[in-house]
Design a protein around this ligand. Structure first.
Ligand code: SF4
Length: 337
């Protein structure tokens, strides 16, 4: 069976700038794998960025460039997948509006992340219509490509539930037009930050996928290790060492086993282990770094990819919108002249 013909995948990220290792292992590494199996649409969701950053949109443009440049550096291939920018496919806004007609307000108000994020981002006023409608815009992003698969980590399936409900409600009123998306479970290893918390730009604990050798060296030296290992001669415990999580992501099985043993018997000190890990990471990340350097020498690579991707995305979104307008009886062929 040629699954690439039958299955459409949609996934996107906000423009937060350069990709860090949490983004890579949590999403983009899977995107690279999926582009060989399915028809994939990958989108920078800049309108979503505005739902919370509307007061200061000054960073969105550069962050969009950096995100796409790093996606390409990570291995996304525009000949295999569609890479595009949400705001350039205005059909998303039209479908968002039409879906808003049928979406009961309590469905949006009960989305757990709505209240959580309002509390977490208390420095800004998120009591807005746009922020409340964020899951609806997300539903439009998926439904407009008739994507039947949305990659999610195991704990994120609930996020898709509201989209499935809205699509079902639409089809109940207007017929079988939209496709109900299913979760495509993907392996997403836990990536801690330098300090052991989840890796996130908002914590300032990230390592960039395309970081320079010097940056990697400097950042690895700041990584938290086993907090109980005070002196060099104290045996350590890799099971509670933050740095050891990175060995699991980057080192070969023989190295992981050796470091585990040498740490527990105090044969290796944390400083030496940091130097070892930094050299392993520098080598592993070199292809990404080199590709990003090429792109930085010729930024038109990014804009050209987006121009072609926006066009391909518009084409499929346009087909969906024709079917939607017709189903909702707001198409007027007599006026198409
Ligand atoms: S030797 Fe390595 S694994 Fe052991 S505590 Fe130090 S940094 Fe962690």
């Amino acid at each position: 069976m040629n699954s690439k013909v039958e299955n459409y995948v949609l996934s996107g990220l906000r423009p937060t700038g350069r990709v860090h290792l949490g983004n890579y292992f949590g999403a983009i590494r899977n995107w690279v794998r999926l582009q060989d199996q399915y028809r994939c649409f990958y989108v920078v969701v800049d309108w979503h960025a505005l739902t919370s950053d509307y007061a200061d949109p000054s960073r969105i443009r550069q962050a969009t460039f950096d995100a796409v440049a790093d996606w390409l550096a990570a291995g996304l291939d525009p000949s295999k997948c569609v890479i595009f920018l949400q705001s350039q496919v205005r059909e998303h806004a039209e479908l968002h509006l039409l879906l808003s007609m049928i979406t009961p307000l309590p469905w949006l108000e009960r989305v757990p992340t709505f209240k959580e994020q309002q509390q977490q981002l208390s420095d800004r006023d998120l009591n807005t219509y746009g922020f409340l409608g964020y899951p609806l815009l997300q539903t439009a992003d998926i439904a407009i490509y008739r994507a039947n698969l949305v990659p999610v980590g195991e704990d994120q399936a609930a996020h898709l539930e509201i989209s499935r409900e809205i699509v079902r409600r639409f089809n109940h009123f207007y017929g079988d037009v939209l496709v109900e998306p299913q979760a495509l479970f993907t392996e997403t290893p836990k990536v801690p930050g330098l300090d052991g918390r989840k890796m996130s730009k908002s914590y300032g604990n990230t390592i960039g996928l395309t970081a320079s050798e010097e940056e990697i060296q400097t950042l690895v030296m700041t990584m938290f290790t086993d907090p109980n290992r005070i002196r060099r001669k104290d045996p350590g415990n890799p099971a509670i060492c933050n740095l050891f999580q990175f060995h699991r992501l980057f080192s070969d099985p023989g190295t992981i086993e050796r470091v585990d043993m040498e740490c527990r018997t105090a044969q290796i000190g944390c400083v030496d282990d940091k130097k070892l890990l930094a050299s392993i990471m520098i080598e592993a990340l070199e292809p990404f770094r080199k590709r990003r350097e090429e792109i930085d020498r010729d930024p038109s690579i990014v804009w050209d990819v987006l121009v072609a991707g926006n066009r391909a995305a518009r084409e499929r979104a346009g087909e969906t919108m024709e079917a939607v307008r017709s189903a909702m009886q707001i198409n007027f062929p007599e006026l198409n002249r």
